[in-house]
Write a protein that binds this ligand. Sequence first.
Ligand code: 6R9
Length: 654
Amino acid sequence: MADASNRSGAIDTVMHEERLFPPPAEFAAQARIASFEAYEKLWNEVAADPEAYWERVGREELHWFEPFTQTLRWNEPYAEWFVGGKTNASYNCLDKHLDEGHGDRTAILWEGEPGDTRKLSYADLHKQVCKFANALRSLGVEAGDRVSIYMPMTPELVVAMLGCARIGAVHSVIFAGFSAEAIAERNNDAQAVAIITADAGWRRGKALPLKQTVDEALKKSSTVKHCIVLDRVNEAVHWQPGRDHWWHDLMRDASEECPATPLDSEAPLFILYTSGSTGKPKGILHTTAGYNLWAKKTFQWVFDHRADDVYWCTADCGWITGHSYITYGPLSAGATCVMYEGAPNHPDEARFWEIIERYKVTLFYTAPTAIRAFIKWGDEHVEKHDLSSLRVLGTVGEGINPQAWMWYHTKIGGERCPIVDTWWQTETGGVMMSPLPGAIATKPGSCTKPLPGVIPKIIAEDGTECGPDQGGMLTIAHPWPGMLRGIWGDKERYQEVYWSKVKGMYLAGDNARCDRDGYYWIMGRIDDVLNVSGHRLSTIEIESALVSHPAVAEAAAVGRPHELKGEAVAVFVTVKGCEPSEELRKELKLHVRKEIGALAQPDDIRFTNTLPKTRSGKIMRRLLRDIAAGREAVGDTTTLEDYSVLASLRQDEE
Ligand code: 6R9
């Protein structure tokens, strides 16, 4: 069906979803933004004059040691927000609430995997953060220095982040499942001066040896002078005097007095590494004021947050969701947050529902990959628990298929809770598109509408704007406060990756379409990045890891649909100097695990004599994806061993 519009390079739509769920009347009656008209009015107001809006909201929502003099300085693609102002993210998350008389309010309700619990008020958290900031200073850490964090999900992880922010040190949180190699690469790229870790962390009843992995990484991280170690599990650890320091020793000696440093609005707040389409991970840079404001405001909008809510985001602080919606957004908003250390199926598959019942969680934010696991584990785990406290359910990380959406809606939400399907990225700092729960009717599988201040445009390959229901590249037309400010140490790459393909627009890297009601549907990534359990993995990184093994000649990694993970990693490998074997298959899986981390471990490894390539030498991943998924498109070839079909397809291509 090659109609004229398709020649522009737009993508055909195959998915249709007509169901519409308006905000429940009781919910809308008390929501902050309580009708579609109210949303539209606000969206139009911000779109008409973004600077006027953000000037007002910026002044109101953040604490200013010195007021800013210009709201936005835009020198495409470089944005500066709240120019000339001085603020501090740790002040906005902590001191501001103490100043307003809310020091007693609970900040964190923490639960360790073995069942130990802790409760920290805003005053408690403030005290810990002040002490820790002084501890960092006692080691010589200064404003602008980079500090890596490789920790389990304990309150100390949040303390470490805010302690850095308090003195202007730039944190780089590395998810505690990454390998020593990956840690070293990040330490070196950021030139980190210190790393904060723990002896170990709990995961499904086992103690993961974090310090040991860091020791390995530090052999190759020459800039790191100090390693701070939290005693979480009481594991024996190797100790290097002078370099290694126990968290509790530093804290015991540290003063509670630590005024937050007034920092420039554009002072770097953190770097967070994410996979790109080349082998080297990108250090996404976020700065202080704009990011902080965006995290706070979007949290309030998307969850319709109020003071008596109990909010739980199940992400890990190793990902952007944990940065924006465990630490900076909710704490700036003065929210009471549940934080959980471990696995959702330990000691059994009802753990999450048990937590929701016990803490009377009202706002719950999780990922489609988790929802698919819950569905597989069976409804009986859910039905044992009283989930009537819930009022808003959120999802993030990848698209949620309508079937999983409906299950979430009925089984978890009791058909009464709006679902906020939030589309955003590490780069965007916070949510960009999502229903406002009291204002926007939802459609299962759609992230619905842009938040105020977000102007999405869908662009076809030929650069023209797509019409309704035509898929194309998702771009954003105007700078927003939470946008990334660059890629650490690589000015050109920032411009090239995000600002070169479509003139004047931020290129998100996702394909999307907008339907006739103005609802957005994300269609997947335009590059070769995989999305495994909501985590982005670059095919090239996995391939590079495989090729670093002596037996591998060439490798191609693709995603294939997976019931739980969304996408599973399938790799095609040509061997050298040996014969393919079951043993080698196992060895290669472990090799990738060691090089990158457990989440990149291939699910399938298929040996082949040759990989299909285009004339320019690019691996034809599209074809391999079909084969990996066992799709009909390639006839009866459901395994790569049948590569005669590949050979003929390659001839077709030429
Ligand atoms: C927050 C986060 C970003 C990529 C993004 C897109 C996918 C995230 C989504 C979604 C469809 C949603 N993604 N949320 N796709 N619907 N609600 O996940 O950041 O790790 O940087 O990943 O994830 O492909 O481009 P990040």
